[in-house]
Design a protein around this ligand. Structure first.
Ligand code: NAD
Length: 370
């Protein structure tokens, strides 16, 4: 039995629908794998603003700080467009990332054989693709000072953002990338613009040093960010782990994600530092948003949310086999010809959100011999 504390934050729109399917899988695990979690569910985003006056209340935030891992659905919607910036649905996400210091964003891009022809690239380029982008999430140009808009003279204004990184910020994200590479194909590509940016040269220097001192068994390559963008669409299978900063990671992880063909299939994790007691703050969420256009219609693909839960089992609780079991179940459902509307293909059976969740559970039972 496990008593890991999970905070479930379904959020708005399809966040609720996709999270329901994960809760069913947790029930299945409690019954069949004698694994139970201590789950508490709270409001977040616009729904929390409507009921509690803020997109994340202080008590929910305290629970987030006290739990072992957070499962997050999605937030947002035009209903809250007029709300104060610091109470907007998205402010909850930023507060969680900031207060939990979730500096490492992990975005896997895995192409399932059954969906390989949904990619906009040719089948042979993406078939079997499995890459992981490790993006620094709490520093760089989105946070650097000074920033803002100032007046130069009557007719002219100037906007400034500052790209800045310290040794320790690069050091800690590099460690995450090297550690994860060891669990995969042992290869890290560090991406920057060392040809034109001071921070790029510095990034390369710090990554090279930590690699030499502590991770020399991992293969390390350096690549310029513009080349990386090209290589991702030319020959993405050359990559295993891509290590990069906040800005380049934002762009490159979207490119790598789209190689897989569907937003509804993409999980993510955001990790903090390991504390003295050996625990690590962590939040798992699908890459997609609250999809107001399809909310409440049973059209949402729950697989990104389900695979975010599988990532949680792997990275927060070291439940490698259970995580792999869920991934295998998803794979089998897809190769069995079942799809949600967003990944529909000719000749395949279209399922609703809850039917897809149910299919994954049936497959889990089959794989588990039940
Ligand atoms: P979105 O990801 O919500 O939707 C983009 C498109 O993809 C829509 O057509 C939607 O129907 C489709 N889609 C997304 N997820 C899907 C799924 N699981 N199954 C099937 N189809 C899916 O992005 P958007 O429309 O730009 O934003 C909508 C709202 O979500 C906005 O308020 C935005 O701020 C918010 N948002 C939140 C997060 C988050 O909570 N992490 C991330 C992105 C966007």
């Amino acid at each position: 039995m496990s008593n890991k504390k999970i905070l479930v934050l379904p959020g708005d729109g399809i966040g609720n629908e996709v999270m329901s399917e994960v809760l069913h899988i947790m029930d299945w695990m409690a019954k069949n794998k004698t694994l139970s979690f201590d789950v508490s569910e709270r409001l977040v985003g616009g729904t929390a603003y409507d009921k509690e006056g803020d997109s994340i209340s202080d008590s929910t935030m305290q629970e987030a700080l006290d739990c072992d891992a957070i499962l997050f659905g999605a937030v947002g919607g035009s209903k809250w467009d007029g709300v104060d910036r610091n109470k907007r649905p998205e402010a909850a996400l930023l507060r969680l990332r900031k207060e939990l210091d979730l500096f490492a964003n992990l975005r896997p891009a895995v192409v399932f054989d059954a969906l390989a022809d949904s990619s906009s690239l040719k089948l042979d380029i993406v078939k079997g693709l499995d890459i992981l982008t490790v993006r620094e999430l709490t520093s760089g140009v989105y946070f650097g000072q000074p920033r803002g808009v100032s007046k130069i003279d009557e007719n002219e204004e100037k906007a400034i953002d500052t790209q800045s990184y310290t040794t320790s910020e690069i050091d800690r994200i590099s460690r995450v990338a090297f550690d994860l590479a060891k669990l995969r194909n042992n290869k890290v590509t560090s991406v920057e613009k060392s040809n034109v940016m001071e921070t790029g040269m510095f990034w390369k220097k710090v990554v090279t040093k930590i690699h030499k001192d502590e991770f020399s068994s991992v293969e390390l390559n350096h690549m310029l960010a513009d080349n990386c963008a090209m290589q991702l669409v030319r020959n993405p299978k050359q990559f295993d782990v891509i290590l990069t900063d906040n800005l380049f990671g934002d762009l490159l992880s979207d490119v790598s994600a789209m190689l897989t063909g569907s937003l509804g299939m993409l999980p993510s994790a955001s990790l903090g530092s390991i504390s003295k007691t050996g625990t690590r703050a962590a939040m798992y969420e699908p890459v997609h948003g609250s999809a107001p256009d399809i909310a409440g219609k049973g059209l949402a693909n729950p697989l990104a949310m389900i695979m975010s839960f599988a990532m949680m089992l792997k990275y927060s609780f070291n439940m490698i086999e259970d995580s792999a079991l869920i991934e295998k179940a998803v794979q089998n459902v897809l190769s069995g010809g079942f799809r949600t509307a967003d990944i529909k293909q000719d000749g395949k059976t279209i399922l609703s959100t809850s039917q897809m969740g149910q299919k994954v559970i049936e497959e889990l039972s089959k794989l588990d011999g039940k």
